[in-house]
Design a protein around this ligand. Structure first.
Ligand SMILES: [Zn+2]
Length: 496
């Protein structure tokens, strides 16, 4: 995620603070990529048996976990009833004795009520729900597939737009007087990292803490009350006779946003439908968000590889934070209210940042808590690629206005969402600004062509998987013969 605070003074935009928030765990790179079996079902032929050819077919390999979620929402009462079915395969290469799911709604008091859990159709009581962690005691053999059905209700919390707590901790999940957002609203199986275990980081004051496997989603929405609001969703809508059904393939998460007041504009670009949801009185910003996202999709598809989904939705947020989800992002309200169309307006730049997260978060998964620079540094730097696509001068403007480097500070890039206090640096100063400055330094050293080729190859190599800082540097060293020692020493605490 990202978010930023800024102030305007006459024609100048001064970036005061670029904050990001969420929840997370400790200091440095822990997990790396999970090694997955081949997607194709292998067939082993024992052809050395003389009598006949014997074919052994191992358990089929699932491409990714599958989530089928049926949501009944009473928009007026802010109540939801949910039936969720998860199909999950143990691809860890070892026997597992438990499963761990993240249950983010349980971080809010009196929000999440568990009704029933079934494992392979049988009611299960072998579980513990504690805070955001749901642990099922269940032995799973390698490649065994389990079906988990969870029924629960949500008493959706109010978003405290003007509460100080909302300033230090992003709250996208919840409702305001004219919006209801369901983000990280269903239990999901967190990644399993061989040698380390289940990857569920603690929440923190700043930054996001969750890590996701890529998964497929089939989400049906029906309205239980009288109000049938407009729905913005991570996935593409497919017609059904009652309600709305959305499909998202190979996504990190599935977000929904509802409002009876949304106005909608959309545009098709290269086979992708970009949809802008905004409020009356903000048509200029709603159109600008659509235009910038279309432009960013074109530029980043060219620079990083094709956008993997058929839709991308932009939702005008009711708070002062923007936040990315797969196939959908929220854009903070002040960008709309303050939008004038001037060249120095920040709405297009932040829209480009959130769009870039579709590659640096969604396509390439990372540990947002322990290595937040990977998705935030890359998304912040992508703002420059977006701006300089208009003209080189726009790239220079971006650098001065958004990065505003402080030569007296050498904030380390490789900090976690828990550990940045130790360096007298803002979280965003380290992760966003210095992360982007580091990438610019790499570009200056290895040249435009090699730098852009590296970014594209990195995105392609780790598409729908997860990448660590070590993966990043291993790949970078393979991509260039340049000596990066000094640059890494300047920006990172650890050598790579
Ligand atoms: Zn961001």
């Amino acid at each position: 995620m990202k978010n930023m605070g800024f102030m305007r003074s006459r024609n100048f935009v001064i970036i005061a603070v670029v904050l990001s928030l969420a929840l997370g765990s400790c200091g440095k790179s822990q997990q790396t990529m999970t090694s997955l079996p081949d997607a194709d079902t292998p067939t082993i032929s024992a052809s050395n048996i003389p009598q006949a050819t014997v074919t052994v077919t191992p358990a089929p390999t699932m491409e990714n976990p599958e989530y089928v979620i049926k949501l009944a929402l009473d928009y007026g009462q802010k109540q939801a009833s949910v039936d969720e079915t998860i199909k999950y395969q143990n691809q860890s290469g070892q026997e597992l004795s438990n499963l761990v799911l993240a249950v983010e709604p349980n971080l809010w008091a009196d929000c999440f009520t568990l009704k029933e859990i079934r494992v392979n159709g049988q009611v299960s009581t072998a579980f513990v729900l504690d805070g955001q962690k749901l642990e099922l005691t269940q032995v799973l053999a390698p490649l065994e597939i389990i079906t988990i059905s969870i029924s629960f209700t949500l008493a959706i919390p109010q978003i405290n737009v003007n509460n100080q707590a909302a300033i230090i901790r992003t709250q996208v999940f919840g409702y305001t007087s004219r919006q209801l957002n369901l983000v990280d609203w269903y239990p999901f199986v967190v990644p399993y990292v061989p040698g380390q275990g289940w990857l569920l980081n603690d929440p923190a004051t700043y930054g996001e803490h969750l890590v996701y496997d890529s998964a497929s989603f089939d989400v049906t929405v029906r309205f239980a009350g009288e109000t049938a609001p407009v729905v913005a969703a991570s996935g593409a809508e497919t017609p059904i006779s009652d309600g709305k059904r959305f499909l998202l393939d190979k996504g990190r998460s599935f977000a929904l946003s509802f409002s009876p007041d949304y106005l909608v504009k959309s545009q098709d670009v290269d086979g992708v439908t970009v949809i802008s949801y905004y409020y009356a009185g903000n048509a200029l910003g709603g159109q600008a968000a659509l235009d910038a996202t279309v432009r960013a999709l074109q530029i980043f598809s060219q620079d990083f590889g094709t956008y993997p989904h058929s839709t991308l939705s932009i939702v005008q947020e009711e708070t002062d934070f923007s936040m990315e989800y797969d196939g959908l992002y929220f854009l903070e309200r002040r960008l709309y209210f303050g939008y004038s169309g001037a060249d120095t307006d920040f709405l297009p730049t932040i829209a480009a940042h959130e769009t870039a997260h579709q590659w640096w978060f969604s396509l390439v998964g990372t540990d947002q808590a322990n290595e937040p620079w990977l998705d935030e540094g890359l998304s912040t730097y992508s703002e420059r690629l977006f701006n300089e696509s208009f003209s080189p001068e726009k790239g220079e403007w971006w650098y001065l206005a958004r990065i505003t480097p402080d030569e007296n500070k050498n904030c380390p890039v490789d900090i976690s969402i828990y550990g940045f206090y130790d360096y007298n640096c803002y979280y965003t100063e380290s992760v966003y600004k210095r992360g982007a400055m580091f990438l610019q330094a790499v570009r200056d050293l290895i040249g435009d062509q090699a730098f852009l080729a590296f970014l594209k190859d990195f995105a392609t190599q780790f598409a729908h998987r997860r990448a660590s800082t070590q993966d990043f540097f291993t790949f970078l060293h393979q991509s260039s013969d340049a000596d990066l020692t000094n640059i890494i020493q300047e920006f990172f605490r650890e050598a790579h």
